[in-house]
Design a protein around this ligand. Structure first.
Ligand code: AHR
Length: 506
């Protein structure tokens, strides 16, 4: 057994925990929408055709906001196709995913679903194959109350109240050569700035997200952010980051340290934002919307699932349906720790995605819906991280990885909610072999009246929840938690994610 020590203090906040950090993402891709959230023939479907078993799981997951409708899909999307009488909506080819889109679910239906699960709508506009005017049209249709052609069209389509969407993404992954309408940073930066300015002529309070890099490993990373922000800095509130991780070539040690990459990504983007701000002499602060992040076995998509063939345009195919292991969930929990460690600058984030497509929730047509392993760290972090993220110092052993060099075995972040008196410690043990005995200092807290811990772990790091065995993996109480007046300790099993909650007087 190795040892580690943790220090935190409620007097040293990093920044408020923004609920928007617990956002997710639903794209018209695979079975995310059709045969995912929407399955009219399913026994649990409500009168709108939405699966209520899925809605219950989404609510339990604690998703604050949902980015929609893409993703790569949005760069070929005509929003007008997806509103109005359903029997008049056109069927289109979705070039991004080589699929057929029926448009049976669109803005109205999705907004209605979000209202049922209590999440905010975050809309992406198409800046790949469309431009400023179409973005303005969608904005008028969505947010103008009445008295203009598009607001009145929305009302005629059955929605009297405006959708009042606050967060708008200016396209998707425009740095990626795979993107329909992919552009240079210079071209995109100008278009994004022009579109943001125009949208804000309608409503100056809109929160606008400009596209950053689709990975820290893109050849244009860094320069893309600098150039795009040099055009758009004062017109936007966020720049996006996207990051997906997967275990490659059986290298579990590197994979478990994926959050090291996310930490470096965030630090570099913050530095670039602040560089542009300094050059411009601006008082405005741009933050990060980490609006796609997760574990994604992209190799499997590229080599097995990818759809090709001129005549092959399936409806709602099984795409990106990764089955997640305990190790994957530990990485997801660790990525959430990274987001919270920069709560001062990462003020919005979206787990990509929500149902069936690289998702914490899976469904079987006509059958059950179940929680993947990754469901648990997300749901518990969303439920228990509140108030402020605290500066959290970890002293632990380290280990060598092929990808990231030497990395700490333990990573953690703490949040403290003054209103409820609750401190939550989120911690991972990345060791594949050793339990870590973690000691933590309690001197900054008042008297702890209740303390508990739950751990996600398994003797088999590759154990997963599946259709055949949907409850194989679950959170377990960690009974090794021990407290004295000034300190606490807990054993963290190998490859584990743990949350400790400490209750003091509010
Ligand atoms: O989430 C799946 C895809 O990953 C999204 O469509 C795209 O934005 C990213 O490359």
């Amino acid at each position: 057994m190795s040892t580690a020590r943790l220090f935190f203090d409620p007097r040293l906040p990093i920044g408020p925990v923004n609920r928007r950090v617990f956002g997710s993402f639903v794209e018209h891709l695979g079975r995310a929408v059709y045969d995912g959230i929407y399955e009219p023939g399913h026994p649990s479907a409500d009168e709108r055709g939405f699966r209520t078993d899925v809605m219950e799981l989404v609510t339990e997951l604690g998703v604050s906001a949902v980015r929609y409708p893409g993703g790569n899909f949005v760069s070929g999307f005509r929003w007008e196709d997806s509103v109005g009488p359903r029997d008049e909506r056109p069927t289109r080819l979705d070039l991004a995913w080589h699929s057929t889109e029926s448009n049976q679910i669109g803005l109205h239906e999705f907004a209605s679903w979000l209202e049922s699960v209590g999440s905010e709508l975050m809309l992406a506009v198409n800046l790949g194959t469309r431009g400023t005017l179409e973005a303005l049209d969608l904005l008028e249709y969505s947010n103008r109350e009445s008295g203009s052609a598009l607001a009145d069209r929305r009302i005629a389509n059955g929605r009297t109240e405006a959708f009042d969407v606050r967060m708008w993404c200016l396209g998707n992954e425009m740095d990626g050569p795979w993107q329909l309408g992919h552009r240079s940073a210079d071209d995109y930066g100008k278009l994004a700035a022009q579109t943001a300015r125009a949208m804000r002529m309608f409503d100056p309070a809109l929160e606008v997200v400009v596209c950053g890099s689709s990975s820290r490993h893109m050849p244009t990373f860094g320069e893309w952010e600098r150039v795009v922000l040099s055009h758009s800095y004062d017109d936007v509130d966020y720049i996006s980051c996207h990051a997906y991780y997967e275990e490659k070539n059986g290298d579990l040690g590197s994979f478990l340290a994926s959050a090291v990459d996310m930490d470096a990504f965030i630090e570099s983007v913050v530095a670039t934002i602040d560089h542009v701000r300094a050059v411009k002499g601006s008082d405005h602060v741009v933050n990060i919307s980490f609006d796609e992040w997760n574990v994604w076995y992209n190799d499997r998509f590229e080599n097995v699932d990818k759809i090709t063939g001129a005549q092959n345009w399936p409806v709602a195919p099984r795409l990106l349906e990764d089955s997640y292991s305990v190790a994957d969930a530990v990485v997801v929990g660790n990525l959430l720790i990274s987001l919270l460690k920069r709560a001062d600058r990462v003020t919005s984030a979206s787990l990509a995605q929500l149902v069936n497509v690289i998702a914490p929730i899976m469904t079987e047509p006509g059958g059950i819906a179940w929680r993947q392993t990754t469901f648990f760290p997300f749901a518990l972090t969303s439920a228990l991280a509140a108030g402020s993220a605290l500066a959290t110092r970890v002293e632990s052993d380290s280990y060598d990885t092929e990808t990231y060099g030497r990395v700490p075995v333990v990573d953690a972040v703490t949040t403290f909610d003054e209103a409820t008196g609750r401190t939550s410690v989120f911690v991972v043990n990345r060791s594949q072999t050793e339990t870590v005995s973690l000691a933590f200092d309690l001197t900054g807290l008042g008297a702890v009246t209740d303390a508990r811990a739950q751990t996600l772990t398994d003797d088999d790091a590759y154990a997963a929840n599946t259709l055949a065995d949907p409850e194989r993996v679950a959170m377990r109480p960690n009974d090794t938690l021990a407290l004295t007046d000034a300190a606490g300790s807990i054993d963290l099993p190998p490859v584990s994610w743990t949350v400790i909650t400490l209750q003091t007087a509010p």
